[in-house]
Design a protein around this ligand. Structure first.
Ligand code: NAD
Length: 507
């Protein structure tokens, strides 16, 4: 059994006492500590000491932060298989996926460690005898709220830039999958991250999450969640005038043109649709296929889906092709959306899997296994076309001309990921340009890299993860303006209220 390691209340109180003593001894006014309570019991579950301005100045130098992130990358690399095992246990995702995913996470820590070593301030080209230098400084205390589907990936994606920028970070993982992050926090301490700089708060969304987002000392909230959750948190964060990044829902279109390479397109669409049992924000859930390739595509695609289904077994088996969905509750919602649709025909799947797996004799009836499902020709007004299903269910639709394909792709309130499959170079770029999405993949799907901006348009969110943009979004500029004129020059030019009516500077 994996035991969550949480900061005990007694230790938090000890920190309060320590903090008050330190504050009493200093000439600084007491800055109110950030107490996070469990609303169900009133217990304090964690405490964050907001940095004083001196503490911000004293905060670890960029070089030492970079060293800690590099060390953390190394420690994580040594624990990839343990972390992957935890992810599989808590999410039901296939171990093969989790090994591949966790194996890449050190890249995020190393990327932001490297950015820190090369990031430079600048001198603004102001007029007159002034030197205006601009640095980036941390925001202070920031909160991150993460979902269940990629528990550690999404947390590390957010943590790496936040820590690199010098902030103190509170992370509330999904109540459904908090264990890998708690384990990761132990690695962070071992890597040399000072106490209180990174705290995991494993609580529920409407209680711990909402309270965290509401705290006036929190200067930024970064959430990955459903669009409804993002909206409700955004309203709270707005009223606190804090910064906000929200990575929300999606309903990714994948447009397959007649001239696409058939096998590559089928393999790509299968990956887009069924990786993580369809529980990713960029899952290719609306497959839009041109008329002349439609028949052949569907034949090979349905064979592929049948093959995936036959190889579903124990998620801990490295040969298992696809895992479960996260919970009974989620499975019931998926099945309700499939069975209550008003249009379309189920070509394969459409039911919960049960019985013994042909792969490894695992009893599928024990878990939340849903058969990979393909539904043909649904109306664009149907819930299953419009709403995120977050399960292994895709809808397919035929189109004739390019304009129709693009129109279908854009027929969604979401705008996160999209795929285009074609061998026509001009068409690929033209269509990518017309699709309303923050991420468009051409002849591939779901590529993610620490250097590559990630985020959505329309109702898929606001702000971007990854890249220099993410580091900038976790910091703020500080502009220092120095008068470089001599005292004599200043006396003449800077006496605004002089009785001699010389031309004076203003601003
Ligand atoms: P969710 O919205 O149910 O929960 C996400 C997180 O928000 C959890 O930690 C939860 O406890 C918290 N939360 C829920 N209600 C809250 C509230 N009222 N106040 C504060 N916190 C609250 O989402 P989920 O089911 O865990 O994850 C799936 C969703 O996340 C999907 O919509 C998916 O598209 C989205 N997602 C988006 C991206 C992206 O990059 N855009 C990536 C992964 C997942």
């Amino acid at each position: 059994m994996i035991r969550p390691k949480t900061r005990p209340a007694a230790r938090s109180w000890f920190h309060v006492a320590q903090y008050k003593t330190a504050a009493a001894q200093s000439s600084e006014p007491l800055l109110e500590p950030l107490l996070v309570r469990n609303p169900a019991t009133g217990d304090i579950i964690s405490l964050i000491e907001p940095p004083t301005s001196e503490a911000v100045d004293e905060a670890a130098s960029p070089l030492s932060r970079s060293n800690v992130l590099s060390k953390l990358a190394q420690l994580l690399e040594e624990r990839v298989s343990d972390m992957a095992r935890i992810e599989t246990l808590q999410t039901g995702r296939a171990i093969r996926e989790m090994n591949a995913q966790i194996g890449r996470l050190p890249e995020w820590l190393r990327y932001f460690a490297a950015l820190l070593r090369t990031h430079q301030g600048f001198i603004a080209p102001t007029q007159g005898k002034l030197l205006n230098y601009v640095n980036r400084v941390p925001l202070g205390v920031v909160a991150q709220i993460t979902p269940f589907n990629h528990p550690l990936l999404i947390a590390v994606k957010k943590l790496a830039p936040a820590l690199a920028a010098g902030n103190s970070v509170l992370v509330k993982p999904s109540e459904l999958a908090p264990l890998s992050l708690l384990e990761f926090s132990e690695l962070a301490s071992a890597a040399g991250l000072p106490d209180g700089v990174f705290t995991v708060l494993p609580g529920r969304g409407p209680s711990t999450g909402a309270q965290l987002a509401s705290h006036s000392l929190v200067r930024k909230v970064d959430i990955t969640a459903g669009t409804q959750t993002g909206r409700s948190i955004g309203a709270i964060v707005g009223s606190n005038l804090a910064a906000f990044t929200a990575e929300l829902g999606g309903k990714a279109p994948v447009v397959v043109f007649n001239d696409a390479d058939l096998l590559s397109a089928v393999n790509g669409v299968a990956f887009a649709s069924f990786i993580a049992s369809g529980q990713t924000c960029v899952s290719g859930t609306r497959i839009i296929i041109q008329d002349k390739i439609y028949h052949n595509f569907m034949k090979v695609f349905l064979e592929k889906v049948g093959s995936i289904a036959r190889r579903i077994g124990n998620p801990s088996n490295p040969m298992s092709s696809m895992g479960t969905v996260i919970s009974e509750h989620h499975l019931e919602r998926i099945h309700r959306m499939v069975s209550s649709r008003n249009s379309g025909k189920v070509l394969i799947g459409g039911y919960r899997m049960s019985g013994i797996s042909p792969l490894d004799d695992f009893d599928l009836s024990r878990g939340c296994f849903y058969h990979p499902t393909v539904i043909e020709d649904v109306d664009v007004q149907d819930e299953i076309w419009e709403e995120e299903i977050f399960g292994p269910v895709v809808v397919v639709k035929k189109f004739a001309g390019e304009a129709e394909g693009v129109a279908l792709a854009n027929m969604s309130k979401y705008g996160l990921g999209a795929g285009v499959w074609t061998s026509n170079l001009s068409q690929a770029h033209r269509v990518a340009d017309s699709i309303q999405a923050g991420l468009v993949w051409i002849n591939t799907h779901h590529r993610n890299d620490p250097s590559s901006p990630w985020g959505g348009m329309k109702e898929s969110g606001i702000g971007r993860e990854n890249g220099i943009e993410a580091l900038e979004a976790y910091s703020q500029s500080k502009s220092v303006i120095v008068n470089t004129a001599t005292a004599e020059e200043s006396q003449v030019q800077d006496d605004w209220f002089s009785e001699v009516g010389n031309k004076r500077r203003y601003g």
